[in-house]
Structures are given as C-alpha cells and as structure tokens.
Design a protein around this ligand. Structure first.
Ligand SMILES: Cc1cc2nc3c(=O)[nH]c(=O)nc-3n(C[C@H](O)[C@H](O)[C@H](O)COP(=O)(O)OP(=O)(O)OC[C@H]3O[C@@H](n4cnc5c(N)ncnc54)[C@H](O)[C@@H]3O)c2cc1C
Length: 487
C-alpha cells in the first residue's frame, strides 16, 4: 500500500516536494492555508495591471527543470522561460548608471565606465566566484545538513574543498580586496541581499552568488513569476497530488516522538509522513508547541513592497533596476542593528512589462518596488508609518528621474513586513528564512529531516540550503531524497 504524506503549505518548496514524492510512489496531500497556492510567490491583477507580489527574478532555471525531468515531464510544456539581457540596470544618485549582462565582454565595457583598473579585477572576481560555486554545487547545495558530515569525512577531498569555500572575511571585505571603485563594491555587496543578509556580516563565501547570475543568466517566465507555482501545481496534480487551499494546519500530531498526522480546524488526518513547507521556526512554535527552537538564529530581512500601476512610460529603466543609496553601510546598520527601515534605502524596481506586454496596459507601467526592511520587532509599527515610508520612496524615485510618478499612479497596493508574516506565517516577516549573517550560519539552518521527531521533514526557504526559488527547489530535492532513502 502507498504511504501517505501530508505536505503543510503550497509554496514553491511544498509543491515541488509533493511532485517528487508522488513520482516516487507516495500518496500526497498538500494543505495550504491561503486561497491561492504559491506562498511568497504570489500574484495580483487589477485595472489591466499584473504584479508578482514576491519574487521577481528567476536564477538557476536548471533547478526547476530538474523537478520536471525527474517527473518525466518537459518543463517547456508548462512554462515559457525567456532570458533577460541586460540582467539588471544599476543607478547612482550622481547620475551614473551601468548595465550588467550575462555576456562578460559587454559587462566589462560597462565596468570600464566606472573604473578602468577594475576590469581585470572583475574577471578575477568572477573566476574565483565560479570556483566557489562549483565547490558549493557538489557539497552544500547537493546534500542535506543530515548528510553533510558523511560527505565531509568521506575519502574524497570534500573537506579540503569546504575549507577553500569557507571564509573568515566578510563579503564587503572580500569585495574591497578586489575593487577600487566604491560603486562596484556596492554593486557586488548587494548580492548578500539575495538571501536577506548584510554584506557587512555574511562570509565571503557568498561571493559565489554573482556567478549564479553572471554564469547562468537571469530568467523570466512569460505571464509572470507566478507561472512557476502554477506550473508546479499542475505537475503535482497530474501526478495524483491532492491540493487543498483554505485549509490551515493547527497541529502536527506527535506520538512517541513520531509524527503521525495533522489537525486542521475541521479534521484530523493521519499520515505516515509529514513535510512542513511552513517556516521552520513557526512550525515548531505554532504546530508543535515548542516556543524556543531555532529562535536564537537571526531571521533574514523582510521587505517593503509598493506596487504601482502608472499611466506613463519611463524609458530609462530596464526589466530589473536598482537605485542605490548613498551610504550602504548606514542602510544595513539601520536594518540589522537598529531594526528600523533605512532613511535612505536602496530601491529595486521591476518593470516586467519591458519583457511581457501582457503585464500592463499600453503606454503604462506595472512597477513592482521593493526595499529591504528589518524583520519585525517592537521597534517599528508598519501600520502607523507605512504611508510616510511609501511617500519617501516615491519622492526618491522622482529624484532619480521618474518625473511625474506620483501624479500618474492609477493603481496602488502596499505589502509590509507585517503583511508577509500574516500572509505566509513567516518568522517575524522574514522573506528568506534564517539570515546568513555569521560565519557558520549556513550550517545552522533547519535540517531537511527533523532531528527530534521521526517522520517529520522540512522543505523551503527556512530549511537547508536556504531561501530564494532555486535553493528552495534544491531543498525539495534533498527532502524527497531523504524520504525515499528511509521509506
Ligand atoms: C518580496 C520578495 C521578493 C523576493 N524576491 C525573490 C527573487 O527575486 N528571486 C528569488 O529566487 N526569490 C525571491 N524571494 C524569495 C522566494 O520567494 C522564497 O524564498 C520562496 O518563494 C519561498 O518558498 P517556500 O517554499 O519556502 O515557501 P513560502 O513561499 O514561504 O510558502 C509557505 C506556504 O505555507 C503556507 N503555510 C504556512 N503555515 C501553514 C499552516 N499552518 N497551514 C497551512 N499552510 C501553511 C503559507 O501560507 C505559504 O503558502 C522573494 C521573496 C519576497 C517575499
């Protein structure tokens, strides 16, 4: 008889692991509290404007492809991915701007605009990042935390590789050792935010992230990023997975240190295995009644989002754009030390209608605006201050050349860190799970297989190997493999 698996949450991780397990012969049910699937990858549409409300950039599309091919399906039958060139346009307040491409020669010409002497440093930097990525791909990104010890102490030379990968230096120090241009240091520091961390705290190991973008490109699914969870849900359903929305799990039932099912508001469902795609800290707190598990790990930052439907075109922008602050250190001190929104934030603007005309009415823009924000503490009340912070950001964008922006807005919606916490039950509104702000933080994430409770597993951004769509997909692969191994 097929073993029954309950997956709590229909985020990218929950949907991917459900598909992989169904392919492996398990009987899988996914329970999602919200009306829609997708979790942090979600979607709204109003007045002809379409917005992805969370993730907007897809990297490492091969991680997604692997889920479909494991299930003997062609990803292209579900999703149409297009590659973006330029990957991103960067702006500074002195009027400088550069484009970054996957094509290294083109990027070198842009780097030269900032600093001639940094062109060689840029090449060396990417070479080092590639080596780091290739080591991580074989170790940290290939194995669950439960399996890492056997990998490191295997006769192969992984332990040596691991020491090559790890670093006592911060990312900022690493970047300063390569580049003379303060702008380039800032640009490469920004990659720490890809897992919601501070470049002044994450180890230099994370300099491998730019290689992910430069080496494999930036991608966009036609129709929006929300097409990804939709495609995964279609895949899962075809494989026999039952997905129930508007179903909140209230408790994981544990007997003799073994998960034996779950309880919702209406029923108790028994299962052989339970996989939580809910944030790990919240799984312990809300569903297992254990208050202090993993609470000493610093959450990643959160985000403040403004979605604007604008009756105007801004021809100076690309699909992905960054408008840098003048003092990056002060910005991260504000977010991670003071736990307050930055007074001068770096602003990310996504205009997906550059690539996909269906996303906004003709001659209009669907602007998705995101700034990094502190995870929730009692230091700041978003409900009280969100309007003022929104005004500050729009004013800053007008200063960056978005002339007449506020007057041309015809649709608007804001998402605060408190909304993220409420909507997806994420720990303190963090958007990438646990931060990587520490030398060993990468090894302190929630393991894919629970260490104390048998038959309980974790998948998603708060679990190993981390947040962001590609890592979440890798976590699904690891969790499915661990389950297949022991069942
Ligand atoms: C603003 C923003 C921008 C981002 N930008 C990018 C980007 O550009 N590129 C990128 O790769 N990543 C980005 N990310 C991160 C990426 O979206 C996440 O890492 C990823 O989507 C997390 O997926 P997940 O599987 O961990 O689950 P989540 O998306 O966290 O989903 C978990 C699901 O579980 C459900 N759930 C929780 N508790 C319960 C319960 N008790 N019962 C039932 N259901 C429950 C929740 O409702 C939710 O649907 C961004 C995130 C945000 C918010």
């Amino acid at each position: 008889m097929k073993k029954k698996v309950i997956v709590i949450g229909a985020g990218i991780g929950g949907l991917a692991v459900a598909s992989l397990l169904a392919k492996d012969g398990f009987l899988v049910t996914v329970l999602e509290k919200n009306e829609t699937i997708g979790g942090k990858v979600n979607f709204i549409e109003a007045n002809g404007y379409k917005f992805d409300t969370g993730a907007s950039l897809l990297t490492l599309p091969q991680t997604l492809n692997e889920v479909f091919s494991y299930c003997s399906k062609q990803m292209s039958d579900y999703l149409q991915l297009v590659q973006l060139e330029p990957i991103c346009r960067y702006f500074w307040s002195d009027g400088t701007s550069i484009d970054i491409y996957q094509d290294t020669e083109k990027t070198k010409a842009e780097v030269e605009k900032l600093s001639k002497t940094d062109v060689v440093a840029f090449e060396k930097y990417l070479k080092d990042a590639k080596i780091k990525y290739e080591i991580a791909e074989k170790t940290f990104l290939a194995k669950s935390l439960n399996e890492l010890p056997e990998l490191f102490f295997s006769p192969r030379k992984y332990l040596i590789d691991f020491f090559k990968l790890s670093s006592l230096k911060t990312l900022d120090k690493h970047n300063r050792s390569y580049f003379k241009s303060a702008k380039l240091i800032q640009l490469f520091n920004r990659f720490a935010t890809y897992n919601g961390s501070s470049p002044y705290k994450v180890p230099a190991t994370f300099s491998l992230i730019p290689y992910v973008e430069f080496g494999f490109g930036a991608w966009y699914p036609i129709g929006g990023i929300y097409q990804i969870p939709k495609a995964l849900a279609n895949l899962a359903t075809e494989l026999g997975v039952k997905i129930l929305t508007k179903t909140t799990v209230r408790q994981i039932i544990v007997e003799n240190q073994k998960a034996i099912g779950i309880r919702t508001d209406d029923e108790t469902i028994r299962a052989d295995l339970v996989v939580s795609n809910a944030d790990g800290v919240e799984t312990y707190r809300r569903l297992l009644g254990i208050e202090n598990k993993f609470t000493n790990r610093e959450p990643s930052c959160s985000g403040f989002v403004i979605m604007l439907g604008v009756r105007k075109k801004f021809d100076q922008i690309a699909h992905h754009n960054i408008f840098f602050s003048d003092d990056y250190k002060a910005e991260f001190d504000s977010i991670f030390k003071d736990k307050l929104p930055a007074k001068d934030p770096t602003i990310y603007v996504c205009a997906s209608s550059r690539t996909d005309h269906t996303q906004a009415p003709e001659n209009c823009e669907n602007l998705f605006i995101l700034v990094n924000a502190p995870y929730l503490t009692e230091n700041f009340n978003w409900e009280e201050h969100k309007k003022r912070y929104r005004d500050l950001i729009i004013q800053k964008l007008e200063g960056f050349g978005f002339e007449g922006l506020s007057k041309a807005i015809e649709f608007e919606e804001i998402i605060t860190p408190a909304d993220f916490a409420e909507k997806t039950f994420s720990n303190k509104g963090s958007i990438y799970g646990i931060s990587s702000n520490g030398i060993f933080s990468a090894f302190l994430r929630i393991p894919n297989k629970c260490r104390e409770i048998k038959n309980l597993y974790f998948v998603g951004g708060a679990a190993h190997p981390g947040g962001g769509i590609p890592l979440v997909l890798l976590s699904a692969k690891m969790t499915a493999r661990l389950i297949a191994k022991s069942n």
